[in-house]
Design a protein. Structure first.
Length: 562
């Protein structure tokens, strides 16, 4: 008897980096993820489908990632990237053969065969169309594709509700254009959530709606949240921050569910909940299954037989070493062996499937309720970071498809069949460091937010000035909206915080800010001549994304008087 459901929730996202540099930062991020994760994942899912496996899972594809994977320039560069990997493997085969390095020769041949197979799948099996390959799996009912904010903006920290709505509306339009249907679920970037609260100004008091309100307006019925926000915790960050001015001593007043909706006595990630009102559901990330992969200490990817990510050959850049041991210096890593790694994949996938069965059985026995485990991960973890991860996902799906206890499902399917019974007041938070907003607003990147807020307000005024623009002015305003959402991307403050690409993140942010300001200057002055249009077209070639964007989506939305 089936006692509960399970879905992988694989969140796929990369920054907008089309034609914005290659190594070490830029478009090569896309190429590495496609080579290591997206194409192998599609291969695994199509193999399961071909083998008659009745699998199901949820895959989030951010709109900005979809736009890039559908771009002909990115695809052409990806083909060149894979071909270069093939050539490097061929060169290593010759090098190690000449040096009579038996095991390294074996590994070089392993990589050569792998890259050639990926190139064949890319060209033949998927027709160089990664997005359509995912679409077909959704059309056939194997996969639910979740949407997100257009450029993965960190929504809780945006100042203007117009930007929150515009980000989600632009993301929905992109989704409909690429997948032919409307999205049912959404991944809020970084699981960042903001509840509804009352705000005060010197002229009025009004409600800043919770993020679920914007999803409801766009007919999106479900989103995902981090564990602690569902299981219990106090709001943090923007909705609790101190205010400056005459209202500094007035506490934030949260909008709580209506009296007829009582708070659930049990808060668990095994059940979905309505958020504030019965319109949009939330499902929390299951922490136990998550840590089985994420944990640096005892997660599967740290197994000594798996491939070491950080050590690369000094000539070809290929990775020939295994993890070897906990905290083993890179200089002492031993050679990788795909056979023994494969054995560990088999063991770990079986262990995970039994863990899922044990967890859901315990929940069912304790509550009598048919629950769900939503196991949420960054998709790029599998294949790119954890080399064997895609094989692991494939085998977990195989195991669970044969389970007598667990039903494989997608998010929307589960919510439809098992709608929430309780309404939850979800606190503010994220799956970032400390469960709050620190990663995206701290001493290193705090200077960015006044610039973002200024751009948000400027865009609102432009929409008010030109409510029905046409011709050249419409093109200028649409391009301004495009640059606005690109400068709002959460990737730029994230890169600054991590320090791995601080200068790149700062430069990319300022580039989009400069482009937005140029366009806004022209629109504010009424300049819609050939010079302005030429600039607009030049910037479109640089930032060729979201062709269906509508600047009017960014109209002011503040001021619900209460």
């Amino acid at each position: 008897m089936k006692v509960a459901a399970f879905t992988f929730v694989l969140h796929s996202h990369l920054p907008y980096c089309r034609n914005a540099g290659r190594w070490p930062h830029g478009e090569e991020w896309l190429h590495e993820a496609a080579l290591g994760t997206y194409i192998p994942l599609l291969d695994a899912l199509y193999d399961l489908r071909q083998g008659g496996c009745s699998f199901k899972l949820t895959v989030g594809l951010t709109p900005v990632l979809v736009e890039q994977l559908a771009d002909s320039l990115v695809i052409a560069h990806l083909a060149e990237f894979i071909e270069e990997k093939i050539n490097r493997a061929k060169a290593d085969v010759k090098r190690f053969g000449k040096a009579r390095e038996g095991h390294l020769l074996y590994l070089a041949k392993f990589y050569l065969a792998r890259y050639q197979q990926i190139m064949n799948s890319f060209n033949e099996r998927f027709g160089r169309d990664i997005v359509s390959a995912f679409k077909q799996l959704q059309d056939e009912g194997y996969v639910e594709i979740a949407t997100s904010a257009a450029t993965h903006a960190y929504l809780p920290l945006l100042e203007s509700d117009s930007s929150i709505y515009g980000q989600l509306q632009t993301g929905k339009e992109s989704y409909q254009r690429h997948f032919g249907v409307s999205p049912s679920s959404a991944w809020l970037p970084e699981c960042g959530y903001r509840p509804a609260y009352y705000t005060d100004s010197q002229s009025e008091s009004y409600i800043k709606p919770g993020l679920e309100s914007f999803l409801a307006q766009l007919d999106i019925s479900c989103f995902f949240a981090e564990t602690h926000t569902v299981e219990g915790g106090e709001p943090v960050g923007k909705a609790r921050e101190e205010v400056i001015g005459p209202y500094a001593d007035i506490p934030r007043r949260y909008v709580v569910p209506l009296p007829q909706y009582s708070e659930p006595t049990q808060r668990t990630t095994y059940l979905p909940y309505w958020v504030q009102t019965p319109q949009v559901a939330v499902i929390g990330r299951n922490n136990r299954t998550g840590m089985q992969v994420w944990s640096a200490e005892w997660g599967y990817p740290g197994d000594y037989h798996y491939r070491e990510f950080h050590k690369k050959d000094g000539i070809s850049g290929l990775q020939y070493w295994k993890v070897t041991g906990a905290k083993v210096d890179l200089g002492y890593k031993e050679y990788y062996d795909p056979y023994w790694a494969g054995q560990r994949v088999a063991e770990h996938s079986s262990h995970y499937a039994h863990l899922v069965e044990e967890l859901v059985t315990n929940f069912y026995q304790e509550t009598g309720k048919y629950g769900i485990i939503a196991a949420a991960y960054d998709t790029e973890l599998f294949g790119h970071w954890w080399f064997e991860g895609v094989d692991w996902v494939k085998q977990v799906l195989q195991h669970l498809s044969q389970s007598e206890l667990v039903e494989l499902t997608t998010t929307h399917e589960f919510i439809t069949r098992h709608p929430p019974e309780d309404v939850l007041a979800l606190p503010e938070g994220s799956w970032g460091m400390g469960g709050g907003h620190f990663t995206w607003q701290n001493a290193d990147n705090d200077w960015m937010w006044p610039i973002i807020y200024s751009a948000e307000g400027r865009m609102e005024k432009l929409v008010a000035k030109y409510p029905k623009a046409g011709g050249a002015m419409k093109e200028i305003l649409n391009q301004a909206a495009r640059e606005l959402i690109l400068l709002e991307s959460s990737d730029w403050p994230f890169l600054i915080t991590t320090g791995q690409a601080e200068a790149y993140g700062k430069n990319r942010f300022l580039e989009h800010v400069n482009r937005f300001q140029q366009l806004a200057d022209m629109a504010e002055s009424g300049q819609a001549d050939e010079t302005a249009l030429a600039l607009c077209h030049q910037l479109w070639e640089l930032d060729k994304v979201f062709p269906g964007i509508d600047y009017r989506s960014f109209a002011e939305r503040e001021g619900q008087i209460t």
